[in-house]
Ligand binder design. Structure first.
Ligand code: MN
Length: 345
């Protein structure tokens, strides 16, 4: 698909989908918008853009984000800005205000367990999904979905939808956020870039996206970066090919992921990093250059395991003794991981 037609095919498909989106928005009483838990820049930007689409249809829309306080500062900044124009609610608010004719729009996510509405999808009259992740048996069942892997990000698709609806935001921050989402999911234009991605980025800049503000979203936070490097400092080559770091340092989920990403720069086949979250659970992130399928390892470790052969993660919280010390728990987890790695050899 890496040819000049890719962009026009994507735009044509989105244009057809647009009619479904419009009719579903018009039919319902109110729209609820949701993205994946721990929403990233792509997810938050897409929520903002989809809110603009609902506003265009003069329909009340509510963004459900249940974990705002646990998010990193810059994600909170984005959400605070969106709150100036739109209503952000908790899961509890949704439950208090639901009707029997509600539309749910899921952006940047398609799997049931990845949002805080897990188990509650049947409460909605209709569900629309706009996403760029792979689908599997966990994909929420609906006839109204636009899911493609021929786009860099949900932000990219949302840009094309905004432009097809001829929606112009007086506040350029919505364009800046979409460009930030594209930068995030393409690792700053180094992977998963399509011809349409460049077109979207150019269009966003034309509409006033601020590249300097985009760069600010990727500036490293000193404290956070030290925590990432502390995890990397604790790495051991578990066998000659897999670098492993397991410790009870308290980190944010994305810091564990960053450590696993960074360590892949070493001459190894794969990296696995585990650290403790504020909740007391352990986050485990694994990355691979391709010789090792890390999603198998994450699935073997925990039923929460998800991802693909190159990049996978899970939450680990089933310890033999829940009252064990943090250090004992991290040692138990290390042994579990080593056991799985040993079986695999
Ligand atoms: Mn995304």
């Amino acid at each position: 698909m890496k040819n000049e037609k890719q962009s026009s095919i994507l735009k044509q498909e989105l244009n057809e989908f647009k009619d479904v989106l419009s009719s579903k928005i018009k039919e319902c009483n109110q729209v609820f918008l949701i993205a994946h838990k721990n929403p990233d820049y792509d997810a938050i930007a897409s929520l903002g853009a989809m809110s603009l689409v609902c506003k265009r249809h003069k329909k009340a829309s509510y963004i459900i984000i249940d974990d705002v306080n646990d998010l990193p500062e810059k994600e909170k900044v984005m959400i605070e800005k969106i709150k100036e124009k739109f209503i952000v609610i908790s899961l509890k608010d949704y439950e208090d205000n639901k009707t029997n004719n509600d539309l749910l729009i899921m952006v940047d996510v398609n799997k049931d367990f990845r949002t805080s509405l897990e188990g509650k999808y049947k409460l909605f009259k209709s569900i629309i999904i706009v996403d760029h992740h792979d689908v599997d048996s966990h994909t929420v069942k609906t006839n109204y979905k636009f899911i493609t892997q021929n786009a860099s990000s949900c932000s990219e698709m949302m840009y094309f939808l905004l432009s097809q609806y001829k929606i112009k935001s007086s506040d350029p921050c919505y364009y800046t956020y979409l460009l930030t989402g594209i930068h995030l999911d393409t690792k700053r234009f180094t992977k998963g870039v399509f011809p349409s991605t460049h077109e979207a980025a150019n269009g966003l800049c034309d509409r006033g996206a601020n590249q300097i503000e985009v760069d600010d979203f990727f500036a490293l936070d000193y404290e956070s970066d030290r925590r990432v490097h502390a995890l990397i400092d604790k790495m051991n080559p578990e066998n000659t090919r897999i670098m492993l770091s397991v410790c009870s340092d308290v980190c944010l989920e994305n810091e564990v992921a960053q450590a696993a990403d960074y360590a892949l720069n070493y001459g190894c086949d794969a990296t696995i990093v585990a650290a403790m979250l504020k909740s007391g659970e352990f986050k485990v992130c694994a990355r691979s250059k391709g010789r090792v399928d890390v999603s198998n390892i994450m699935h073997a470790l925990s039923k929460t395991g998800g991802g693909n052969a190159f990049s996978a993660a899970c939450i680990y919280n089933h310890f033999v003794d829940d009252n064990a010390s943090d250090l004992e728990k991290s040692e138990e987890l290390r042994k579990e991981i080593v056991k799985i790695l040993t079986y695999r050899k």
